[in-house]
Design a protein. Structure first.
Length: 149
């Protein structure tokens, strides 16, 4: 059984997250995964800035950071469940980007969550070829769920 845990570490409700969780489950289904578990954690700019500075040596906020447990050989999981890791999204940054790009907060949060999900699976966008694959997968999931710009 797949499990997406959503944690909100900001002082406001984020009703869009109910749909974002469904979009993530669509991505899991699309990738034909079974028995995976990961966390989606909603934070503010200060928190994600500190994560970015501490773990990536980048002294500024960002929109999404992932910590993929399968990238860490020191993590030993004694069960059949795949523990993928954590996706952190800055709600502040998501709101700003939604306004900047002229689309809904739901679309921005969904995009960032699915983007983080594919990072947890090992996808990246360091080269043009990698970007085409990863962004193509993201686009398919969002379009299949009816979330467009």
């Amino acid at each position: 059984m797949n499990k997406v845990e959503v944690f909100i570490q900001v002082g406001e409700e984020v009703p869009e997250l109910e749909t974002v969780e469904k979009v993530l489950n669509k991505a899991i289904e699309k990738e034909k995964l079974d028995n995976v578990s990961f966390n989606l954690i909603i934070v503010d700019n200060d928190y994600i800035h500190e994560l970015n500075k501490t773990y990536r040596n980048i002294d500024r906020e960002t929109d999404v950071i992932t910590f993929a447990l399968e990238d860490d050989e020191t993590v030993i999981n004694g069960s059949d469940e795949r523990l993928l890791g954590d996706i952190y999204i800055s709600l502040d940054k998501a709101k700003n980007q939604a306004e900047e790009y002229g689309h809904s907060l739901l679309r921005e949060l969904s995009f960032l969550a699915v983007h983080g999900f594919y990072h947890l699976l090992g996808y990246d966008h360091q080269t043009k070829e990698e970007e085409e694959v990863m962004f193509g997968k993201q686009k398919e999931v969002l379009e299949e769920y009816g979330i467009t710009r």
